[in-house]
Design a protein around this ligand. Structure first.
Ligand SMILES: NC(=O)c1ccc[n+]([C@@H]2O[C@H](COP(=O)([O-])OP(=O)(O)OC[C@H]3O[C@@H](n4cnc5c(N)ncnc54)[C@H](OP(=O)(O)O)[C@@H]3O)[C@@H](O)[C@H]2O)c1
Length: 293
């Protein structure tokens, strides 16, 4: 059981890419999956992957999942009790003798006063720092893959995507870079990254128009960025809970104001290769932007 690496959120956007990255390095992991059925796909792709059920709403699953774990990649979903969930995992990990926790946080979590999303992450970061368990914080900007997860329906059906970002530029990061950085941290000496916080960004900041140009090029047809007023964006999210709508609109307002444009060279410093460009991302995932996909 020694040296077991547990990846939480292993079927999610970052977790699945991290399982893949580690598998490519010959490192097998314990994949923490919310649903064994959904997680079974992972075992098909990586037969050596050990699956373990984790439901943050059922703490007893954590005790089983963390037994024998040396290193932990901690992801919490975007849900109302994300902070309580993360703290509970940290407590159980400490009891279980985990030697390293790599926490997926967010860029700007240390800003004051910052935004609500960042403050939730900061609360967990501080709790982790006080836990006594060696830790590393990974703080990415907005994911390029959000355009697949959240905007591909309208891109495929209407050749448009709608966001309330004005001309604000954002230094989107490819999730593959987050996975590479996390994989490096999880497979090198714990002391090397102990207590560090890494802000991860893409190589440049892009406006909505520049994103549209990159997706148009990759999809081989014109895709338009439609800048929507905040009220219209709120209306479009009317099915979502209020706390989620408020947090997302606050995040978008930050991007619109140009406060999410900073670029770091941390991906290259930690992986030894340049961060993916948005153009490369759009090319590699162009099938997600095709009509009927
Ligand atoms: N999106 C961005 O641009 C961005 C940028 C910076 C930071 N972040 C941070 O990234 C984190 C989210 O990571 P992600 O995008 O990789 O997540 P994600 O794709 O939304 O996946 C969430 C994962 O958590 C699992 N999960 C859901 N409910 C669970 C529960 N009750 N117990 C255990 N597992 C559960 C999901 O499994 P099922 O699918 O089976 O339910 C899934 O594997 C958040 O903390 C967010 O703030 C996001």
């Amino acid at each position: 059981m020694a040296h077991t690496i547990l990846i939480t959120g292993a079927t999610g956007t970052v977790g699945s890419e991290l399982v893949l990255d580690l598998a490519n390095r010959g490192v097998t992991v314990r994949a923490g999956v919310h649903s064994i059925i959904k997680g079974d796909r992972l075992r098909h792709i990586y037969p050596d992957t050990q699956l373990v059920e984790i439901d943050y709403a059922r703490p007893e699953t954590l005790h089983v999942a963390l037994t024998g774990v040396e290193r932990l990649f901690l992801v919490t979903p975007f849900v109302e009790n994300q902070v309580a969930y993360a703290k509970q995992v940290i407590d159980v990990a400490k009891q279980a003798g985990v030697q390293q926790i790599v926490r997926l946080s967010v860029a700007g979590a240390d800003a004051t006063p910052g935004i609500q999303l960042g403050r939730w992450h900061r609360e967990v970061e501080e709790y982790l720092a006080q836990s006594g368990v060696p830790y590393t914080l990974v703080r990415p900007t907005s994911f390029m893959q959000n355009f697949i997860n959240h905007n591909s329906d309208s891109i495929c059906q209407e050749d448009k995507f709608y966001l309330p970002l004005g001309d604000g530029a954002i230094s989107y990061i490819d999730v593959r870079d987050i996975a590479s950085v996390a994989a490096n941290i999880l497979t090198t000496d714990v002391a090397q990254h102990q207590g560090k916080a890494y802000t991860l960004t893409g190589p440049v900041a892009l406006t909505g128009a520049a994103v549209a140009a990159a997706i148009s090029q990759a999809a081989n047809r014109p895709i338009a960025y439609v800048d929507v007023p905040e009220a219209a964006a709120r209306q479009a999210m009317s099915q979502a809970p209020q706390w989620m709508t408020d947090a997302m609109l606050e995040l978008h307002a930050l991007g619109k104001a140009g406060h999410a444009a900073a670029v770091t060279s941390t991906v290259e410093e930690l992986t030894g290769r340049p961060a993916y460009t948005f153009e490369q991302f759009a090319k590699d995932y162009h099938q997600h932007f095709q009509p009927g996909s």
